[in-house]
Design a binder for this molecule. Structure first.
Ligand SMILES: Cc1cc2nc3c(=O)[nH]c(=O)nc-3n(C[C@H](O)[C@H](O)[C@H](O)COP(=O)(O)O)c2cc1C
Length: 104
């Protein structure tokens, strides 16, 4: 058995909290901003939370594009990343700078 009290620190090279619940599903959250720019990003703090009423969700650790988009539009799609999609899903976590329309 291993346990720790977060207030006293974990004494490990990496914070174990992120791996305590595992394996867990990865949500591939799709959204768009008010101009219609599309966005897709993986979120592991993601799950279905209730049946009636149906509640789904994910958690953004800090402010990110998905959160900004969803606040703008009030909408997102909750996609479950399956094994064949794992590599593409992983790559989609990279922050991509939007290309300006005036760029060559
Ligand atoms: C497998 C995986 C799971 C992730 N889970 C989360 C998460 O639960 N919460 C979070 O804030 N970031 C998570 N990230 C990091 C985000 O995907 C990353 O910061 C991404 O750039 C956010 O994109 P966005 O700014 O377009 O929303 C995860 C990354 C990967 C590869």
């Amino acid at each position: 058995m291993y346990y720790y009290e977060p207030a006293k620190g974990h004494g490990l090279p990496h914070d174990p909290f992120n791996a305590i619940v595992g394996p867990r599903p990865i949500g591939w959250i799709s959204s768009h901003d008010r101009e219609g720019h599309l966005n897709l990003a993986p979120y592991s703090f993601f799950n279905a939370f209730n049946y009636i009423p149906p509640i789904i969700g994910f958690c953004s650790v800090g402010r990110k594009d998905s959160l900004n988009n969803i606040e703008q539009t009030g909408e997102f799609a909750w996609n479950l990343a399956t094994r064949p999609l794992a590599e593409a899903m992983n790559q989609s976590c990279a922050a991509v700078r939007r290309r300006s329309t005036s760029s060559p």
